[in-house]
Design a protein around this ligand. Structure first.
Ligand code: ACO
Ligand code: ZN
Length: 300
């Protein structure tokens, strides 16, 4: 059985088509067996339905206006479910310029949630696929234009987390990586935590790229506060201000050698020159979340 499992974990789908992009995949994803013989899959960029053939996708994307033409021309046997979406299902909870964020409840949009998980697993190692999407909310970031809202990336979040996780999985689709969207998604997850009045932390383990992105985010947020702040500040206060879990703050500041242990207590030592040096090394800030544009109430 183990041998069989190992065998089936070999990367199956080599490329996917999604919107304007053909994307090379990174890892195995457990698509249903009927897709096992496909090297390429075609995703509808709006509802994330995946198909084996390009013609199926083309028929799926046909707008309602042209359906009548199709009905007249095609044999009636060829029934393909048409797509009437131009953005992810669910509620638009954030819009700033051309960027929008949609919140999708896995219970209300089960198929969408499952499709998103299949897609995401192609780029996420060491994560098990959640079949139980009911328990999650999905936050999908889109770049919008006159053709619709095109998915850039997303993160998922448990509706109720015992471990104070505020993010389960995060992904920026490869064509959009290294443009600051990852840091935007991370910042967004902490803005939701602030609205909930809770501290949060990402689910472990983190991938290498995940850790790099989080470390970058934590470093910048904490250094910005330390730079502006006059007088002493405790880790608890930093945590209250940022919704970052105390442990992550301690680890980040220790990594920057800004923590000293005096008389049985951790003390933050923030020499302005040292802060400036770290800030320069921390790189670009990424895209800002404009909190005024977030219209959201916590899940009940
Ligand atoms: N090489 C080196 N550093 C990188 C790279 C890379 N390829 N990609 C990101 N980084 C680092 C950089 O420090 C970067 O900041 P900088 O550009 O200012 O130097 C920082 O991470 C974040 O960059 P962003 O552009 O904001 O992030 P991006 O949109 O690329 O998304 C993400 C980051 C989500 C981790 C993306 O790499 C991804 O989707 N990876 C595949 C899935 C994954 O590993 N997800 C995390 C799993 S852990 C979890 O889900 C809890
Ligand atoms: Zn569709």
């Amino acid at each position: 059985l183990r041998e069989h499992e190992e065998f089936t974990k070999v990367k199956n789908i080599a490329t996917i088509e999604l919107g304007r992009y053909e994307i090379e995949t990174w890892y195995f994803s457990p698509f249903p067996p009927e897709y096992n013989d496909s090297l390429q899959l075609y995703f509808c960029e709006f509802c994330l339905t995946f198909m084996k053939r390009k013609e199926q996708l083309q028929r799926h994307m046909v707008s309602f206006a042209s359906i009548f033409v199709y009905l007249a021309l095609l044999s009636p046997i060829q029934i393909v479910r048409k797509c009437d979406l131009k953005h992810p299902p669910g509620d638009e909870i954030y819009r700033s310029g051309t960027l929008s964020m949609f919140e999708i409840d896995g219970k209300k949009n089960k198929v969408y949630g499952q499709n998103l998980c299949y897609l995401a697993k192609l780029f996420l190692d060491h994560k098990t696929l959640y079949y139980d999407v009911d328990l999650f909310l999905f936050y999908v970031l889109c770049e919008c234009d006159d053709r619709g809202c095109h998915m850039v990336g997303y993160f998922s979040k448990e509706k109720h987390s015992e471990e104070s996780y505020n993010l389960a999985c995060i992904l920026t689709l490869p064509p959009y990586q290294r443009k600051g969207y990852g840091k935007f998604l991370i910042a967004f997850s902490y803005e939701l935590s602030k609205k909930e009045g809770k501290v949060g932390t990402p689910e472990r383990p983190l991938s290498d790229l995940g850790l790099l992105s989080y470390r970058g985010y934590w470093t910048r947020v904490l250094l910005d506060i330390l730079k502006k702040h006059k007088g002493n500040i405790s880790i608890k206060e930093l945590s209250d201000m940022t919704a970052i879990k105390a442990e992550d703050i301690l680890n980040t500041l220790q990594g920057l050698e800004l923590i000293q242990y005096r008389k049985g207590q951790h003390v933050i030592c923030a020499d302005p020159k040292v802060l400036d040096r770290h800030l320069k090394a921390a790189g670009r800030g990424g895209l800002e979340v404009d909190v005024c544009k977030l219209i959201w109430t916590p899940y009940k």
